[in-house]
Design a protein around this ligand. Sequence first.
Ligand SMILES: *Cc1c(COP(=O)(O)O)cnc(C)c1O
Length: 401
Amino acid sequence: MNKPWMNLLCCGLRYLEKNNPMEWRIPLADLDYGEAEEQAVLQVLRRRWLTMGALTQEFEDEFARLVGAKHALAVSNATVALHLACLALGIGPGDEVIAPSLTFVATTNSVLYTGAEVRFAEIVGPQDFNISPESIERQITPRTKAITVVHYGGYPCQMKAILEIAARRGLAVIEDAAHAPGAYLDGRHLGTWGDVGCFSFFSNKNLSTGEGGMVVTNRDDIAEMVRVLRSHGMTSLTWDRHRGHASTYDVTALGYNYRIDEIRAALGLAQLHKLADNNARRGEITRRYWASLAETGIGLPFQASDGDPSYHIFPILLPDSADRQVFMDHLKSLKIQTSIHYPPIHLFSYYRQRYPGLTLPITETIASREVTLPLYPGMSDELVDIVIASVKEAVSVSVIG
Ligand SMILES: *Cc1c(COP(=O)(O)O)cnc(C)c1O
């Protein structure tokens, strides 16, 4: 059986598989990319400057204006944005940071990178998957240095209560605003409520550059630390030297290469201009889902959310009686993609070993029943209605007994 032509055949099949992924009729998410993004990339190629430069500066300036922050610093992704936020706040060995578990693992990995430990807090409940202020309060110890909140789906956390606790207990607040570009609470952009906010421009986020992130802050000391640490701890950039603004540099801290580049900054600018319209469309789709799924026994969180969310994802809670795998498989058979946001962090093997025996009953119950439905700005009402009808069918198929 071990003939050369067999190898070739296998290679060919693997190639086909890789280049023909599952053809979803309705994917979970889809980019809004077109002429503007193509032109943005071409513009960079023709200017012949690829690393952080004028377009990065422009992207930062526009982003700072959008969110109303004094400083916006573009970086490689939100994971490193969170890492830099922790470092700029002086978080390190011996410190603790309180964070939710119902989030992407980067929220807390970034804390562990610094040598600090995580204290997981509970979420509010079935109507609100965001971190609970009461639970935050219970997790505070003499070692606590900061609270990291996550605006799940771009729905605002209870920032007034959280800032009150932080002020009273002398803690810093980091906002993981990966889902929240274009989201506001009381007219104030999410990510600018705490000491520092971190945004993601990963390809499935509301503003996509492939990989990319942004740190925003009104504090000059944090901005300065982030600026230095994102580029090796150096006092000047290649770009500064190229423009004759500096001829040498010093290294003042143990920094990293956490920079973005001009291609991504240009894509970010193009995407920024579409953000408000796209978030508005996400809101319309969300309300269409809410209206049509109201009497199905499916839980629909965040309907009473404060502020102006960015409607990043559309989570539902299956009834207790439904089997989630059967539900998701049924939709898959109809070529409708779904996902789970999130498998709780504290239940991953690495975290179990690091924090043995930890349980978070509310987080675990909700995480075990959550399913995320397709949502993207280019989704037509027709497609939304197909998902709605299919979800109703899938629920009845998946109910046990
Ligand atoms: C996507 C995401 C991140 C990580 O973002 P990257 O840019 O991929 O590093 C962090 N937190 C949350 C909540 C996310 O959804």
